[in-house]
Each structure stands twice: as structure tokens, then as C-alpha cells.
Design a protein around this ligand. Structure first.
Ligand code: VGL
Ligand code: ZN
Length: 238
């Protein structure tokens, strides 16, 4: 006999597979507490429509993030902050085009259009962000020969940005991630957050992805495996 629990488990499975429309799914209720921080990743002009590495629908997350941020006492923002001629730029490698990959000392590197060069308008945080109470802006990717998708550790796998130390010193243990791009800076930040022992949520509707060579599906799979929780902004209660 099929009991109610099995039916509910089945429904949850279907919901997890994305087959049930969002409005029919009961919102989970995840409470923001004193140890929670919202981490707003790379909401910068270069990644928004019209930018040099524009993420599709990137502008649609700004209202969602602004609304969510009102419920958080602690907000950290990140800013991709490259040198001119950065190693992650296709233009730095003769004969290479954006979205091709190369092997660097620290591993495979996707090559990008020039973006988020220090001090340029493209590198500025979106003017539409309304989070005056954000407490920290952490910059990353400022070493010319090393990329840093993650807000915690550069792509060499060892150079730290200091973010884990900051969060720990401030007793912030639960991180809610939003921003751009889901499959690069958000995902790498989420994976490193888990490695450093933080409870980690990625707010799906407050993120958008680049999705090159299957990167978006891979990012969600890697995050699930690492124990990152995939939630919607409506799941958060303040
Ligand atoms: C990003 C590609 C290159 C990101 C940054 O913010 O996700 N993606 N640099
Ligand atoms: Zn970058």
C-alpha cells in the first residue's frame, strides 16, 4: 500500500526534478538569524546587459536581491577586480578567442572578454543595488596571473582573499549567496564556503548563469554534492 508519506516523497521528487510549477511548491521556511549573511556576488556593470561579459537576464536579479537584503543585518558584496591584461582575458593570449580554454599552471582557465578592469565603469557595482547597509566589499581577481571566481580562494587553490577569516571573526556561519554568475563566481564561492565549513544556501532566483559548455548544470551538480542548499528567495523568512 502506498501511504501518504510515499506520495509526498514522490511529489517532492517531482518538484526537485523541476516538473511542478513554482507556485504549487510549498515554500520552505528558512529563518535568517544573527549568524546569517547575504553574500552578493559580482553585480557589476560588465556582467549586466550592455556589459562586456553580460549575463543573460542579469538585470532581473537586482530587485530580488534588494528586497532580500532588507531582511539581512549582515551583507557582504564581492567585486571582480582585474588588472589590465589579466591572464583570464582572451585578449592576453595570441590567437585565442573568448570562451576558449587554456591550461595554466593552476589548471584549466576559460578565457573571457576583457571585463571588470580596476577603476573602470564596467567594474563598478550596479547603481541599481540598494544595499546601503552592506558591511564589506571584497575584491578578487587582482593578481594579474591568477583568476579568482571564488570570493574565498584564488584559482591557484591556495591564495586566500581573507573572507573566511572575516566571517569567522564576526561569527557569521550561514551564508546566503546571490548574484552573477551562478556557474562561475557564485558556484566557486559556494563550494569554497562549504570547504571552509559554512552552512551555504544559493538563492536560485537571485542568480543568473553564463552557461558555457555545460557549465550551469555541472555547477548545480557540484554544489549539490558539496551540500550546498538550492533555495528560492521566497523560502527565506526574516
Ligand atoms: C565571473 C567569469 C569571469 C563571474 C567573473 O562573476 O561569475 N565570470 N569573471
Ligand atoms: Zn573575472
Amino acid at each position: 500500500m502506498v501511504d501518504r508519506r510515499q506520495i509526498l516523497a514522490g511529489v517532492a521528487g517531482i518538484a526537485a526534478a523541476g516538473l511542478v510549477p513554482k507556485r504549487l511548491q510549498a515554500a520552505a521556511s528558512i529563518k535568517v538569524d544573527d549568524t546569517s549573511a547575504l553574500v552578493v556576488v559580482d553585480v557589476q556593470n560588465c556582467f549586466l546587459p550592455g556589459g562586456s561579459l553580460a549575463v543573460k537576464e542579469g538585470d532581473q536579479i537586482v530587485t530580488v536581491i534588494n528586497k532580500m537584503a532588507r531582511g539581512f543585518a549582515h551583507v557582504v558584496m564581492t567585486q571582480d577586480w582585474h588588472t589590465e591584461g589579466h591572464v583570464s582575458f582572451a585578449s592576453s593570449h595570441a590567437g585565442k578567442k573568448p570562451f576558449e580554454t587554456i591550461d595554466l599552471k593552476y589548471g584549466k582557465q576559460v578565457l573571457w572578454p576583457d571585463h571588470c578592469v580596476q577603476g573602470t565603469d564596467g567594474a563598478a557595482l550596479s547603481k541599481e543595488l540598494a544595499i546601503p547597509h552592506a558591511e564589506l566589499i571584497i575584491r578578487k581577481g587582482y593578481h594579474k596571473d591568477v583568476d579568482s571566481y571564488s570570493a574565498f580562494t584564488e584559482a591557484d587553490g591556495k591564495t586566500t582573499t581573507g573572507l573566511a577569516g572575516y566571517l569567522t571573526a564576526r561569527k557569521l556561519k550561514r551564508l546566503f549567496l546571490a548574484g552573477l554568475a551562478t556557474d562561475f563566481c557564485v558556484a566557486w564561492t559556494a563550494l569554497d564556503a562549504r570547504k571552509a565549513g559554512f552552512e551555504t544556501y544559493v538563492v536560485e532566483d537571485a542568480c543568473r548563469g553564463i552557461d558555457t559548455q555545460g557549465s550551469l548544470a555541472k555547477a548545480w551538480a557540484d554544489m549539490a554534492k558539496a551540500g550546498v542548499k538550492r533555495i528560492q528567495s521566497a523560502d527565506i523568512v526574516v
